[in-house]
Design a protein around this ligand. Structure first.
Ligand code: AMP
Ligand code: GLY
Length: 421
């Protein structure tokens, strides 16, 4: 089979490594991939948002199945366009990807179908939003409606901060069109859990739960990033919480999307907060998480390609999806200064052992040398019988990845370890 994977980060590297375990995967193309992925797949420099370019490439290369991993091409209708030329795909069509593409849409969906989430108001008028903030409970959360590279959420501790955020989004065009509509919502408290799930639009099979570490620095301080590390499973996701999530959130969401004429097929990511009133949805993503995928897929015991195809064919119910009982930890090594200013172009060296456990995110190849080319450069994953051992091993392996100005948090997994004691 000729497979095509759209995207070029650590998540895509993890997906590609897992797809390769199936002997039917003869050729895997990555569009655009990256310098590290190039060691596992054929990378072609076509951007993940260049839908015309992707469709042209797929037609010319007899692609049998495509996996569209990032949010932007999904929201732009990449799956619709590939389906239109007869290529089956993993991922939702644009009319279902809107569950991530518009926070106003997802909040209205949850309200209509009684799915637990933070209380909210939606605004398209700046003055109305500012007036609302005069009396809104503080702290409050301001969210740009559309995709904003993970930066569109502001937790405002004061009215002034909230008003500045709303003005930046609605009047100063901070996130372009994505900020023309804003959601202002209730501030929730409690531990966060990420649950990625496979769904064919009827059946939903959750993957092992995980915990992201979004802040740049130790002790969950510093700016929000794309994610500095992950562990799986998440100790806050107890069997009782899992059962409530299935009954109150997962199944109702899948049914709601089908009832709206927007069946969701692919990976639906539930960003949850376990509040004192039970689990609530913080956000939906229409795709695999990054770096959640880098801990979840290494624990998957069933064949990934078979499951992905089952979500497309509507046969997920009868398809085996089993995860190991082990633990996984992924430690991200970033360019110092990320998520703000950082230098790039430094040579990366990896021991053979580290490379075998490392997914490459921000690197390009030049004359046979891997050079840093992004904020998050690599994610190194270890799997072990206990969380303690997985964390220790992930750090030991990550020490085998070196480049100038490398930076990593030193406390990935610490909160999860404390949660259990
Ligand atoms: P997002 O960019 O949508 O992943 O949101 C970033 C982070 O903002 C989430 O991981 C939460 O930690 C936080 N957040 C979002 N919504 C709320 C809320 N209603 N209450 C408290 N924290 C929130
Ligand atoms: N790690 C969070 C995300 O993928 O959105």
């Amino acid at each position: 089979m000729n497979l095509l994977v759209v995207g070029g980060g650590g998540r895509e590297h993890a997906i590609i490594r897992k797809l390769k375990e199936n002997p039917a995967a003869d050729t895997i193309y990555a569009l655009p991939g990256n310098g590290g992925i190039a060691r596992d797949a054929q990378c072609v420099p076509i951007a993940a948002t260049d839908i015309d370019g992707i469709v042209r490439f797929a037609r010319e290369h007899a692609i049998d199945y495509a996996v569209v991993a990032p949010d932007d091409p999904l929201v732009l209708g990449c799956v619709d366009r590939l389906n239109a030329i007869g290529i089956p795909c993993f991922g939702p069509k644009a009319n279902a990807a809107i569950i991530e593409g518009s926070k106003a849409f997802s909040k209205e969906l949850m309200k209509k179908y009684g799915i637990p989430t933070a209380k909210y108001e939606i605004f398209t008028d700046l003055d109305a939003a500012l007036r609302y903030l005069d009396t809104a409970p503080i702290p409050t959360v301001v969210k740009a409606d559309g995709l904003a590279l993970g930066k569109g959420v502001i937790i405002a501790a004061t009215r002034e901060e909230a008003k500045t955020a709303v003005t930046d989004m609605m009047a100063n065009g901070k996130f372009g069109k994505s900020g023309a509509t804003v959601v202002i919502e209730e501030f929730l408290e409690g531990p966060e859990v990420s649950v990625l799930s496979f769904t064919d639009g009827k059946c939903v099979k959750p993957m092992v739960s995980s915990m992201d570490h979004k802040r740049a620095h130790d002790g969950d301080t510093g700016l929000n990033t794309g994610g500095m590390g992950t562990v799986a499973p998440n100790p806050y996701y107890t069997p009782a919480v899992a059962q409530r999530c299935m009954e109150e959130i997962f199944l109702p969401t899948i049914r709601a999307m089908a009832a709206e004429g927007r069946p969701f097929r692919g990976c639906l990511y539930f960003g949850l907060m376990i509040t004192k009133d039970g689990p609530k949805v913080i956000e939906y993503n229409c795709r695999f998480g990054d770096p959640e995928t880098q801990v979840v897929l290494p624990l998957l015991e069933s064949d990934l390609l078979t499951i992905l195809q089952a979500t497309t064919n509507g046969t997920l119910e009868e398809t085996e999806v089993t995860f190991s009982q082990k633990h996984a930890c992924c430690v991200v090594t970033a360019s110092s200064g990320y998520p703000e200013h950082y230098e790039k172009g430094f040579p990366i060296t990896m021991t053979e052992e580290a490379a075998a456990h490392t997914y490459v995110a921000g690197a390009k190849e030049a004359n046979g040398t891997l050079l840093t080319s992004g904020g998050r450069v690599t994610g190194t994953t270890a799997v072990a019988d206990t969380l303690e051992a997985a964390v220790r091993e992930a750090y030991r392996l990550a020490d085998g990845v070196t480049f100038q100005n490398a930076y990593r948090r030193s406390d990935i997994g610490k909160r999860a370890l404390q949660a259990r004691s």
